[in-house]
Design a binder for this molecule. Structure first.
Ligand SMILES: *Cc1c(COP(=O)(O)O)cnc(C)c1O
Length: 388
């Protein structure tokens, strides 16, 4: 099956009623015919046998199988949020004494997990510039158990070469864990490019309409069932069946939505590129430092752009406050266009020098392009720049 067919039919489990739209099994538990059947299921549950919603649920399983089919992964485990997926994947894999190499440009909470949580349990973490392959080569060593990076960094939109970093990591036997949220499952074939474990915040493009939190970890069956599942099912990061149902239905339209949003992002980036009042950062523009890599690795520039407004925080705030259509919020991948000021929100926790080192300047605005007409969005952005 091709992608759009998989997105509509992949993973479907039809009940005895023959429903067309996937059923929402809003149940924590499952009834056993006999005590012996309960015992047998705890020893080994079959394909269509469930025990408890923290371990699995038919609606959650449909979501897991549909996204695994899209991603070309052997298996998947859904989680309560993107951060449950990131922290679950890393914590399940690592133990005291292990070494991790990670890209420095990360979403604030990913940085917290690597810097503050893993190190408390005796994991050593080395940060590198994710776009500099020499730094990855210098940082990995025998004993490096995992490398971690966002394939496109939030919010600075640096693009990391998945195949090249995977090659460096695999030479020392390290597992490659990538957060692929910005690339989205529509563009980036992270597994085909060498990633061992792919993590998504489903909250973003998979829901795509700003309703539910969710996440998913994808990889080889051995890793998902033997390493990740025991950890997650006992520590409680399970996805709610209701949220899984929303995500499952979100997958049906993700290819159409994300492609339309990325096309609008390209139009807007090109239209604003010559404007002296703003520096446009977008992987789809030829002047982006990793433009060629981005085109090779994900074919389109994605749905998010960064706008560095001349005049610093004061100008950025004036810009945000003048927008009429675009909303000030902190989600991304939504049908509604959203702007975020990372320095004072998602990356507020970091000291100013660290933000500067990451390229999170006081004037930087993250712009998640929605499904509105791009001409309306452009007019809104231009009017707000005039107001600055
Ligand atoms: C939003 C986001 C997360 C966290 O996802 P939640 O669903 O909010 O927990 C992780 N990584 C990246 C790159 C994100 O954008």
């Amino acid at each position: 099956m091709k992608t759009r067919t998989k997105l509509v039919h992949g993973g479907t489990r039809r009940s005895q009623y023959g429903e067309v739209s996937e059923a929402l099994f809003l149940t924590q538990g499952f009834v056993y015919e006999t005590a012996e059947a309960a015992q047998a299921r705890f020893i080994e549950a079959g394909e269509d046998e469930f025990i408890y919603a923290r371990y699995g649920n038919p609606t959650v399983a449909m979501f897991e199988q549909r996204i695994a089919a899209l991603e070309g992964a052997e298996d998947a485990f859904a989680t309560a949020s993107g951060m449950a997926a990131v922290s679950g994947a890393l914590t399940a894999l690592l133990r005291a004494g292990d070494h991790v190499v990670a890209a420095r440009a990360l979403f604030g909470s990913c940085l917290y997990v690597l810097e503050e949580v893993l190190t408390r349990f005796g994991v050593e973490v080395t940060f590198v510039d994710g776009t500099d392959l020499d730094q990855w080569r210098a940082a990995v060593r025998p004993g490096t158990r995992a490398v971690f990076f966002e394939t496109v960094a939030n919010p600075t939109l640096e693009v990391v070469d998945i195949a090249a970093v995977a090659g460096i990591a695999h030479d020392v036997g390290a597992t490659v864990v990538v957060d692929n949220v910005f690339a989205t499952p529509v563009y980036s074939d992270a597994i085909a490019q060498g990633a061992d474990v792919v993590v998504y915040s489903a909250t973003k493009h998979i829901d795509g309409q700003g309703r539910c939190l969710g996440g998913v970890v994808l990889g080889r069956r051995e890793f998902i069932r033997k390493v990740l599942e025991p950890y997650l099912k006992h520590t409680g990061g399970a996805l709610s069946p209701f949220n899984a149902w929303v995500m499952l239905k979100g997958l049906e339209t993700i290819d159409l939505r994300v492609r339309a949003q990325a096309e609008s992002a390209q139009v807007i980036a090109e239209a604003l590129a010559g404007d002296a009042r703003v520096r446009v950062i977008y992987p789809g523009l030829p002047e982006h430092p990793q433009h060629a890599l981005a085109m090779r690795q994900m074919e389109q520039g994605g749905t998010v752009l960064a706008l560095d407004i001349a005049g610093g925080q004061e100008a950025a705030f004036r810009f945000l406050n003048a927008l009429e259509i675009v909303l000030i919020s902190n989600n991304l991948g939504d049908a509604k266009s959203i702007v975020t000021h990372p320095a004072t929100t998602t990356h507020q926790r970091l000291a100013e020098e660290r933000r500067a080192a990451l390229g999170i300047t006081p004037g930087l605005v993250r712009f998640s392009v929605g499904l509105e007409d791009p001409e309306d969005l452009l007019a809104d952005l231009r009017a707000a720049l005039d107001a600055v």
